[in-house]
Design a binder for this molecule. Structure first.
Ligand code: GLN
Length: 458
């Protein structure tokens, strides 16, 4: 059922929105016991909204159940970004995207689990005292990350559902592909970041996950657009949806053979002319530039968490430095600490030119490389991830560098602020394999169009 049909049924009373919401929440609680997709399920608020909609059902999303990644602020609901240091923090305001969704009648049912502050690709860097989310198709495997809860729940629920997630370097498409749902990461600035708990400001994008491409399209049109509260948000129109030629990123073919075959077969079946294109700079320098820039920005963003303004507190004793150190030592996870140290180092006088500024230059070269490719191709394509969702036992012993290398295919479009989407293209060992389409800035309509192709219909 499409959102429009669902909303029509809610408005006509064919769907009793209060009963429907109750069944959804019951299912969500049950699923959460086994799979750990939610940090918070906001039952009381969801019922209040359902009651309001039953009385007066207005809006394009009237009654639509939605979940929100835990790093997006929802007024009065715990918003922790998956970190102990924000435990108990209830924002006094809504993020702009939440404001827009609620105005259209969406019902927020909960905040989804994630890697702490988005630091990770498997949702195993859990900062809170919670359990790790498990893949909906195989409980021994990861959901992917960092938006693991959003992807897992969207895949498993039997109800209509749309989740709002966030990506800095791949956190939407990675878990969406591991769990077999569609994930759209829009052009940088298309959606307001106001109310997003930032990881790296020049990279962060709020995006959407759903099972149906039509749902992504409807929700995108509601939440996109300029916002005075975010000076980096764009005031520009989207480009048309025509697709004449596709470029297969040559370096991305260096993945698992089965994954490569699934991707190439899908491109063949699409019926659009295609050829291979090489992106040597993106492929060679993407990971290094991404992690330097992302960690540098993260290390300054995390400086505001001192146990004084919000969230976690310790007994007030000692001077400021002692208190601050104690709080940060006890409430930041291992990966957050690693990134603060590495990011601070990369920005330090004496090293800045060698690392941070060099990474910024590499980023510009990468943007130019993509821009040149988009003169010839409307869409670029690659597998979304180089592997299928790994088992917990397989990721347990990976070094930090091996972890970071998993993002090899997703950091490029994120560094260049390009919109990208993943959709399921097939299965390997019964696990979903995602294909990723990348468009030029503001080409979301092309990405949506390509995912509407009948080869992706279930
Ligand atoms: N895995 C990447 C990282 O750890 C991307 C995460 C994200 O997009 N938030 O930085």
């Amino acid at each position: 059922m499409s959102i429009s049909q669902f909303v029509k049924d809610v408005k006509s009373g064919k769907i009793d929105i209060e009963k429907n919401t109750k069944s959804i929440l019951d299912e969500a609680k049950k699923i959460n016991k086994d799979y750990n997709y939610f940090n918070t399920i906001c039952e009381k608020e969801a019922f209040a909204k359902a009651e309001e909609i039953k009385k007066k059902s207005t809006g394009k999303l009237a009654g639509l159940p939605m979940s929100i990644k835990d790093n997006i602020c929802v007024k009065g609901i715990d918003s922790t970004a998956g970190s102990k240091i924000l435990e108990g923090y209830k924002p006094l305001f809504n993020a702009t995207v939440i404001e827009k969704l609620e105005k259209e009648g969406a019902i927020i049912i909960g905040k989804t689990s994630q890697d702490e502050f988005g630091f990770g690709g498997f949702s195993i860097n859990i900062g809170l005292d919670k359990k790790i989310p498990k893949n909906p198709l195989d409980k021994d495997r990861v959901t992917g990350g960092s938006s693991g809860g959003s992807a897992g729940y969207t895949a498993i629920t039997k109800y209509h559902h749309v989740s709002i997630a966030e990506s800095t370097g791949g956190s939407i498409v990675n878990p969406a592909s591991f769990c077999g749902v569609i994930g759209l990461c829009p052009t940088y600035g298309l959606l307001s970041r106001y109310g997003l708990i930032d990881y790296a400001n020049s990279l962060d994008k709020i995006g959407i996950m759903a099972k149906d491409i039509e749902d992504i399209e409807i929700v995108l049109n509601i939440i996109k657009g300029h916002d005075e509260k975010d000076s980096t948000s764009l005031n520009m129109e989207l480009k048309d949806k025509s697709i004449k030629k596709i470029g297969i990123i040559k370096e991305s073919l260096n993945v698992d053979e089965d994954i490569k075959k699934i991707m190439l077969d899908s491109v063949e079946k699409l019926g659009t002319p295609y050829e291979e294109i090489s992106l040597p700079i993106v492929s060679e320098y993407g990971i290094a530039a991404y992690y330097l820039i992302a960690m540098s920005e993260a290390s300054t963003n995390l400086a505001k968490f001192s146990g004084l303004r919000y969230g976690y507190e310790e007994k007030l004793e000692g001077d400021f430095n002692e208190y601050f150190s104690k709080v940060r030592n006890n409430a930041f996870g291992k990966e957050a600490k690693r990134r603060i140290i590495l990011g601070t180092f990369a920005r330090m006088a004496g090293f800045r030119d060698q690392y941070y500024l060099k990474a910024m230059k590499a980023r510009t070269l990468m943007i130019n490389e993509y821009k040149k490719a988009f003169k010839k191709y409307d869409i670029l394509v690659s597998p979304t991830m180089p592997i299928i969702a790994p088992k917990f036992s397989e990721v347990k012993n990976l070094t930090p560098l091996q972890n970071y290398m998993m993002d090899i295919l997703t950091v490029g479009p994120n560094l260049a602020g390009l919109p990208h989407i993943t959709i399921n293209a097939g299965f390997k060992d019964k696990m979903p394999v995602g294909i990723m389409f990348i468009g030029d800035h503001l080409s979301e309509n092309k990405l949506i169009e390509i995912c509407k192709n009948k080869i992706f219909k279930k």
